[in-house]
Each structure stands twice: as structure tokens, then as C-alpha cells.
Ligand binder design. Sequence first.
Ligand code: ADP
Ligand code: MG
Length: 223
Amino acid sequence: MIQLSHITKSFRSGRGQVKAIADVTLSVDTGRFAAIEGVSGSGKSTLLHCIGGLETPDRGEVFCFGTSIYRLTAAKLSLFQRRHLGFIFQRGNLLSYLTVAENIGLPLTLNGIAGTARAKRIEALLADIDLKPAAMALPHELSGGEIQRVSVARAIAHHPKLLLADEPTASLDTATGQRVVQLMRDLGKDYGCTIIMATHDRDIADTADPVIGLKDGQVVTDS
Ligand code: ADP
Ligand code: MG
């Protein structure tokens, strides 16, 4: 289970102090596909970053499968992230100088999975995302939807326990976006991931359960 307890995060900016997340308490059961839904600026990215240990909250605690991640040492937190976390960004963030297969293999290399095991896993993922012929392509040769499918494969390659997706469909048309979400759902199920996806798109959010509504950094609905 993922549990957030009284998470608060403010930023100091040119506009003064901005409270991005204000006292958020919530939980997502293991194996669920949850959505955090809210308009731009509601705090979705900040909340995801706090859940994944990418941004330290000012107050509160995050438990990932029983581990209070902000009580870990920096070294243990990065080990936890490398092993158990997958992250999908709005525009993929693939490494432009690596091929599709190399991008997918990156988290495997980081986790010490090499040789035949690595090659087999990459091949299976390329089949999962229906992009076998693109194994040697570079990211700039792919469409937006293809980039996101590779991003899903890369995020899930090391079989993380938690998959965080920050508006993974925001740069895609509706049909392509739905396909990417379905792929995330299917692969998440196959590999036993808990998924938390941020989105401003209510139709996309409604395919998830639970849907956690966020407004001005606070939870407004939790279904
Ligand atoms: P969303 O992802 O829902 O669009 P964000 O979490 O990105 O929302 O932002 C929530 C609020 O926090 C916004 O007002 C935003 O301007 C502010 N914010 C986010 N990150 C930073 C930062 N690094 N520095 C200053 N303000 C930030
Ligand atoms: Mg955002």
C-alpha cells in the first residue's frame, strides 16, 4: 500500500510562497491503478514527486509498501527508487542518443540485469508494446504515441512495485492516449505494479480506480 500522511510542500518563487500541496492524506492499495485528477497548477506533479521521493515534503510522511521513504538515508532512497520505482513523463524523456532497445534496457543495466536475461526482457517488452521493428530506431524517428509506449516499457522493464505517470497522455490525441493508458494498465497487471497516474483529463482519470481529485493542493474527492 502507498500511504501519504499530512503531506505539505511549499515553494518560494517570484510570486512569493506558493503552497503546492496542503496537508494531503491518502492511501492507494497495492495493485490498484489510481488517478490524481486536477487542473493545471493543482499540485499533481508535486504530489507525484513527493510519492516517488523526488521532492522532499516540508511536512508529513510517505510510506511505500511499509517503508517510510523520507526516513531512509539518501543512499538507501536512491537504491529504493532504482529498484522499485518506474516513472513516466508527459513527453517520454527518452535519452535521444540511445536506441529504443537501449532506452528500455537502461533500468535493467542499473539493476545489474545483463546478458541473455536483459536481451530476453527487452525483446518481450518490444513485443508487448508492439514495436519490435523499431528496436534500433532513435527516439526522434518515433511518433508521440510510440515514444510513450517505449516510455511505458522503460518504466516497467525492471518490474517496479510502483509506477508513477505524470500526464502520460497530455501530448497525445484521445485514441492514442487511451491506448497508452491501456498498455500501462495491462503491463502493470502483468508485472504486479501499483500505478498512480496524474492527469487533467477527466475521461482518462475515470478509467482508473480510485480517482483522487486535487484542487489547490488539497484532496477534494476520493472515490
Ligand atoms: P500540476 O502538476 O497540477 O500542474 P504542480 O505540482 O506542477 O501542479 O504545481 C503546483 C503549484 O506549485 C503551482 O502553483 C506551481 O507554480 C508551483 N510550483 C511547482 N513546482 C515549483 C517550483 N519548483 N518552484 C516554484 N513553484 C513551483
Ligand atoms: Mg504537472
